[in-house]
Design a protein around this ligand. Structure first.
Ligand code: IPD
Ligand code: CA
Ligand code: CA
Length: 277
């Protein structure tokens, strides 16, 4: 299947924006007003009426605008439409649920589109700061309709990085703790934002210089990958090879730091900790 045309991408970008803003209104409504917080199975993996309401809002808009041939993979409902579709939407209605439940103001709606598995369009909307990030392949990346670019930082010692820790961190020695220590030692600092979509959006607009994480789902990263690439940055697997959005492990940077970050990741031995009693 050929890549979608620029005019298709532009049209779908507008639909995704409408959907993200509708979901953002739901998140604003429930902010500080949650009546229920449930765990989804794995310890710490939360879901609330805000996640579900925001997902319903995204779907209501997309159902109105999208051709029936498009697949949809949404975090709270799973596959809503054909997972094998060559055009597949990956939707996280609330990225950063843990932050949201604590009213730590760092969360977003993330809506990405994959064409034959490659991210080609992304909208990330932070409803607390009213930051709207948008990008599509060949159309550039923007924040609140103004073009954005990655940073120019070319030395790790001058960089500000970000990472995260997956919900399975207590069950696997591959828990990212050793990587966090190493990069904390080598950079000006490593943040743990708690919302992968915003981590990527911040690399895209130059607030952060690099990001790595494992254990991610396609809905966490599909949109943000397009933001970083269209803003001039790079996104790959840890070893610099092409990224598979379903593999859940990625390295994103402003490009200048990519090689040194990839090399560093390749040197680190996992730091297993004893399981919790
Ligand atoms: C989580 C956030 C977090 C990342 C986790 C994700 P959720 O998404 O993006 O930053 O470290 O791996 O699952 O559960 O808040 O949508
Ligand atoms: Ca998420
Ligand atoms: Ca989520």
């Amino acid at each position: 299947m050929p890549l979608p045309s620029e005019s298709d991408l532009q049209r779908w970008l507008d639909s995704a924006t409408e959907a993200a803003l509708a979901a953002g209104a739901v998140l604003q409504h429930y902010w500080g007003n949650l009546s229920r917080i449930d765990e989804k199975g794995r310890s710490g993996d939360l879901v609330t009426e805000a996640d579900r309401g925001a997902e319903a809002a995204v779907m209501a808009v997309l159902e109105r605008h999208l051709p029936a041939s498009h697949g949809v993979l949404a975090e709270e409902s799973g596959v809503i439409r054909e997972r094998e579709a060559s055009l597949l939407w990956a939707i996280d209605p609330l990225d950063g649920t843990t932050n949201y439940t604590h009213q730590y103001p760092f969360c977003a709606v993330s809506i990405g589109l994959l064409a034959e598995g490659e991210p080609v369009l992304g909208v990330v909307y932070d409803p607390i700061h009213n930051d709207l990030f948008r990008a599509a392949t060949g159309l550039g990346a923007s924040l609140n309709r103004r073009p954005i670019h990655v940073s120019k930082t070319d030395r790790l010692a001058q960089s500000l990085l970000v990472t995260g820790f997956a919900y399975d961190r207590r069950e696997t020695p591959d828990n990212n703790y050793a990587e966090f220590c190493h990069f904390t030692h080598l950079s000006q600092g490593v943040r743990r934002g708690g919302a992968a979509a915003i981590d990527l959006a911040y690399v895209a607009c130059g607030r952060l210089d690099g990001y790595w994480e494992r254990g991610l789902a396609p809905w966490d990263i599909a949109a943000g990958i397009v933001l970083v690439r269209e803003a001039g940055g790079r996104v790959t697997a840890y070893d610099g090879s092409p990224m598979d959005v379903m593999a859940g492990r990625l390295l994103a940077s402003n490009g200048h730091l990519h090689q040194v970050m990839s090399h560093t990741l390749g040197q680190i031995k996992p730091l297993g900790l004893p399981p919790l009693a």
